[in-house]
Ligand binder design. Structure first.
Ligand SMILES: *Cc1c(COP(=O)(O)O)cnc(C)c1O
Length: 387
């Protein structure tokens, strides 16, 4: 572990009161696509906005400090950030990924592999034997995601990073579900960390973005090079909005986590709920590992309705929680992975990953915990047909 500053201090001070012209405390928005040269041989630090802009650099710097990274690239979306990492593999190389990774990632890997750009090997990396067997195939890149979506399975990041070392495999961890506040994959030995900043980091459900950061300088520079070469860097205004949203990351996420813990306990004791998946529950298969590897269980959970509870009636009766994809915003969202977030996966792959038709995923927001609990309990009662 490092002696870097605490997240709240990083978030409260990064790019604050740095304006020389007017003394502005909040960072200015700079939308210029091009920058003036003093002479034709002396390339200025900023030349063209696809490569770099002050706002994008401010965000990259803040994210890098939070993750303990040397640097990286801020991209137009989380998928673009993931795609940047795929520039490190060539035809014939093996990419290892969890069978229950984010639906969009599953789709990207599957379809790029079909085009022959690499071979993809999906497996259950939460299972130590399967993980060992996967790394024995000498992959070039291991894509890790923990907690997994939507079942919150926990993968041992330090163990995977260790297994990857011998074959010289690059490891990248998708840290979207926890944010740098609750988990730091680079500290656990991973080479790169990916975020969909659309989620917890921006936190207000109003900007799509992504980032990929590397522990080592050389890899960080390669990421930035590829992001510029392929043109996937994010807009300056989006970077400004994301950094603005991040200022309150700690208070948001800690409150959401507290409410999620209460809701998970409440749902797991309810006969109208068959199973609850939340790393903070002792009954969760990955509980001990999560408590060691993470700084908290997070605010994402999923649950299966008991048989006899109508999904349609349950969903139709909720008054606070909104049925929508995405997560990590100020508002409580819920979705049905089978027909929504994970519909891009083939049905067999969904079942293999344990995604049933009655599974509901919840991203807990900032509403009062009592009101939210009441909303879920009332909707469960309304959905209960087994009287
Ligand atoms: C949303 C998400 C992505 C993709 O990010 P976008 O910003 O939507 O492109 C990747 N991984 C995880 C875990 C996500 O939740």
């Amino acid at each position: 572990m490092t002696d870097r500053r605490k997240p709240a201090t990083i978030l409260g001070t990064r790019s604050v009161a740095e304006d020389k012209a007017h003394g502005m405390v909040a960072p200015a928005i700079g939308l210029s696509t091009t920058f003036k040269w003093d002479d034709h041989r002396g390339k200025p630090p900023y030349d063209y906005a696809r490569r770099a802009t002050p706002n994008r650099d401010q965000l990259t710097g803040a994210l890098a400090e939070l993750e303990g990274a040397a640097g990286g690239a801020v991209t137009a979306s989380g998928m673009a950030a993931i795609d940047v990492c795929l520039n490190f593999v060539s035809p014939g190389d093996i990419v290892v990924a969890p069978h229950d990774c984010y639906g969009g990632t599953h789709r990207l890997l599957t379809h790029k592999a079909r085009r022959g750009l690499f071979e993809v090997h999906f497996c259950d990396l939460t299972n130590p034997e399967e993980a060992e067997a996967a790394f024995a195939r000498k992959p070039k890149l291991a894509y890790l995601e923990t907690p997994s979506n939507p079942l919150m399975r926990i993968t041992d990041l330090a163990r995977c990073a260790e297994l990857a070392k011998a074959p010289g495999c690059l490891t990248v961890a998708d840290n979207t579900f926890l944010s740098p506040l609750l988990q730091n994959p680079l500290d656990l030995g991973c080479d790169m960390v990916v975020h969909s900043t659309t989620k917890f980091l921006s936190g207000h459900s109003d900007v799509v973005g992504g980032a990929v950061l590397a522990a080592k300088q050389e890899l960080a520079e390669e990421l930035a090079w590829w992001a510029n070469a392929t043109g996937v860097t994010g807009p300056a205004f989006d970077s400004w909005l994301t950094l603005r949203g991040m200022r309150s990351l700690e208070v948001r996420q800690l409150r959401q986590q507290e409410t999620a813990g209460r809701l998970a306990e409440r749902l797991s004791g309810d006969p109208r709920v068959a199973r609850v998946f939340y790393p903070g529950l002792k009954s969760h298969a990955g509980h001990d590992l999560a408590m060691r590897q993470q700084k908290g269980p997070g605010s994402m959970l999923s649950f299966e309705l008991a048989s006899g509870v109508s999904l349609e009636r349950f969903l139709g009766s909720l008054e606070i929680a909104v049925l929508a994809e995405s997560l990590g915003g100020f508002e409580t969202l819920l979705c049905v992975p089978d027909t929504m977030t994970h519909a891009g996966m083939e049905e067999a792959a969904r079942r293999e990953a344990g995604i049933s038709e009655g599974l509901v995923r919840v991203s807990v927001g900032l509403e009062a915990a009592e009101d939210l609990e009441q909303d879920f309990l009332a909707a469960l009662e309304a959905g209960n047909c087994a009287d």
